[in-house]
Design a protein around this ligand. Structure first.
Ligand SMILES: N=c1c2ncn([C@@H]3O[C@H](COP(=O)(O)OP(=O)(O)OP(=O)(O)O)[C@@H](O)[C@H]3O)c2ncn1[C@@H]1O[C@H](COP(=O)(O)O)[C@@H](O)[C@H]1O
Length: 100
């Protein structure tokens, strides 16, 4: 990637998620996912819920809701990747390997 390229919001978001995982600051929603009494199931359940909400927003032709729920889904997916010690660059590599 071009070193002068503007920072990508996904990179910034993932860096924040990794920082929350390392520091576990109080009051952080991301921290609450990493420390939940349900363990990994907490983020897995949220992923399932958000996936359903994406489907329902699309079915209702509600573009605003579709974008909002898609953002929720992507955020929770990134939390899951971080919880597995995977990175957004791993995801980028996987997508790039399929491209073209
Ligand atoms: N992108 C997100 C993001 N998307 C969704 N969410 C949270 O995901 C939850 C979605 O749950 P729901 O849609 O079910 O709404 P809810 O009724 O609040 O759900 P419950 O949590 O109560 O079950 C909400 O609590 C949202 O706040 C997010 N929380 C955080 N981020 C990003 O993470 C950064 C760090 O956040 P903290 O960890 O809170 O500091 C933030 O600056 C944001 O950039």
């Amino acid at each position: 990637m071009d070193a002068d390229a503007p920072a990508d919001v996904l990179d910034d978001l993932f860096a924040t998620i990794e920082s929350r995982k390392a520091d576990l600051p109080e009051g952080s929603y991301t921290t609450s996912l990493f420390t939940h009494e349900k363990g990994e199931n907490a983020v897995l359940e949220k992923l399932g819920e958000e996936g359903t909400e994406v489907v329902l927003a699309a079915k209702d032709d509600d573009d605003e809701e579709l974008l909002a729920e898609s953002a929720d889904l992507v955020y929770h997916l990134l939390v899951l990747l971080a919880s597995k010690d995977l990175t957004i660059d791993d995801l980028r590599d996987e997508l790039a390997a399929r491209f073209g």
